[in-house]
Design a protein around this ligand. Structure first.
Ligand code: CMC
Length: 390
């Protein structure tokens, strides 16, 4: 043994110091740069939250304007990048496409990118925040065989994303419903950062080798994709579909308790009392469905699941509560987003968190991330020549 400790799942390991996000799992508290998540989600726009994550404080009016303009100026992607899409089957999962096309940005921004220069790092951060929504919308358009839409300078960030998702070239006056824009913006804010989760740790680890930051973000997208992490929002809707109706909920919960299936959208490594993001998400869900006059039976189903889980000793003992992704799918569905795009939206929103952590790491002295292992294989044995091997 060396100086290290065996810690599967990093249950007790903090490999970094960070000033970006604070979580108190017992109290259900989440602060970005000291600001509470519920206040941010209710009062600030997503790009203001991005600014705070990147630079440490919420912007004043002038800083806000300048930052919004910078993001808006970088939303368009290189024309050659469009050709990358044609390499994918139309039925490819949009997350698979995102892994490829965001990674491909590194091919466009590499030769002249000096990551030791703070200005270059800042341009990269803004560029990624700006371009990921465009690529996300393109991955959807490609899957349905519609032409790509260009971002518009007169639209806000969330508005632009919904416009690029749903408008077609034949609709020059396409208007995005402000209720949907607000809901989308809030969903972005609720997913913006969450300290050293699996995908952010992946970005940090990849970044610790000095690799291209666009490629590091692609690594983050990979880690986010799994159903234990960002893929949970898609898995929740699939689960609700599978359960089908309220009268099947109890039967499903028995299956969960027999550990045949997991209750998706429940549980969190850090939150042990509640996930503060889930609370805001639930309120947003009620607001959006109310404003749109949608009566989605899935909401009733979700609420029944939650109610059983919050009272059943199995879930109470294990401190399992709804997480951020339990209600997000119902809102996204109401907005008109197809299920396969849910995790892409999480990736879009989390890009700022990833790049803020990458930037923070590169702004200070850091070491390459290099965990150790507990070796459980063969001890030293004698080499056997090929003709003597059984
Ligand atoms: N459904 C049923 N049982 C669960 C669940 C669940 N969703 N989550 C944990 N448990 C049980 C688990 O079986 C274990 O029971 P026992 O002590 O009898 O073995 C106990 O609770 C502790 O769970 P764990 O697996 O040790 O917890 P973890 O911290 O390693 O895992 C998690 C955290 C989020 C991966 C897990 O709760 C999970 O898979 N949840 C479902 C997927 C999900 O919603 N993920 C999104 C997380 S929030 C958004 C994000 O960060 O991406």
């Amino acid at each position: 043994a060396g100086l290290w400790t065996y810690d599967p799942g990093f249950m007790a390991t903090a490999p970094v110091e960070s000033k970006i996000t604070y979580i108190d799992g017992e109290k259900g508290e989440l602060l970005h740069r000291g600001y509470a998540i519920d206040e941010l989600a209710s009062n600030a726009e997503y790009l203001e939250v991005c600014y705070a994550l990147l630079y440490g404080d919420l912007p004043n009016a002038e800083q806000k304007q300048a930052f919004y303009e910078r993001v808006s100026n970088h939303m368009a992607v290189h024309d050659q990048l469009r050709k990358f899409f044609e390499g994918f089957r139309r039925d490819a999962h949009p997350m698979a496409i995102m892994v490829g096309v965001v990674g491909a940005l590194s091919a466009f921004y590499h030769n002249h990118l000096d990551i030791s220069d703070p200005k270059h790092r800042d341009n990269t951060a803004v560029d990624l925040i700006a371009k990921v929504p465009t690529l996300a919308a393109m991955s959807y358009k490609y899957s349905i065989g519609e032409p790509f839409m260009y971002p518009r300078k007169d639209f806000s960030y969330a508005e632009n994303f919904l416009y690029m998702m749903f408008a077609t070239p034949g609709e020059p006056d396409y208007k995005v419903d402000p209720v949907l824009v607000k809901a989308m913006d809030k969903i972005f804010t609720l997913h913006a950062d969450h300290e050293q989760n699996a995908s952010t740790s992946t970005v940090r680890l990849a970044g610790s080798t000095g690799a291209n930051p666009y490629a590091c973000i692609a690594a983050g997208i990979v880690a986010l994709w799994g159903p234990s992490h960002g893929g949970a929002n898609e898995a929740v809707l699939e689960m609700l579909d599978e359960i089908g109706s309220v009268d099947k909920v109890e039967e499903f919960m028995e299956k969960v308790k027999r550990k045949e299936v997991k209750l998706m959208g429940f549980g969190h490594r850090v939150y042990r009392n509640f996930d503060p993001r889930a609370k805001v998400m639930k309120e947003t869900c009620d607001e959006v469905l109310g404003a749109l006059g949608i009566n989605d039976p899935k909401l009733e189903l979700a609420m029944k699941l939650e109610q059983i889980a919050l009272n059943d000793p199995y879930f109470v003992e294990r401190k399992l509560y709804p997480n951020v992704d339990f209600y997000s799918g119902i809102i996204l569905k109401a907005i008109g987003i197809p299920t396969s795009m849910f995790t892409v939206i999480f990736a879009l929103a989390r890009t700022v968190g990833w790049i803020s952590h990458w930037t923070e790491m590169h702004s200070e002295a850091f070491k390459i991330g290099r965990p150790r292992q507990r070796y459980t294989g063969e001890t030293h044995r004698k080499f056997v020549p090929l003709n003597e091997r059984k």
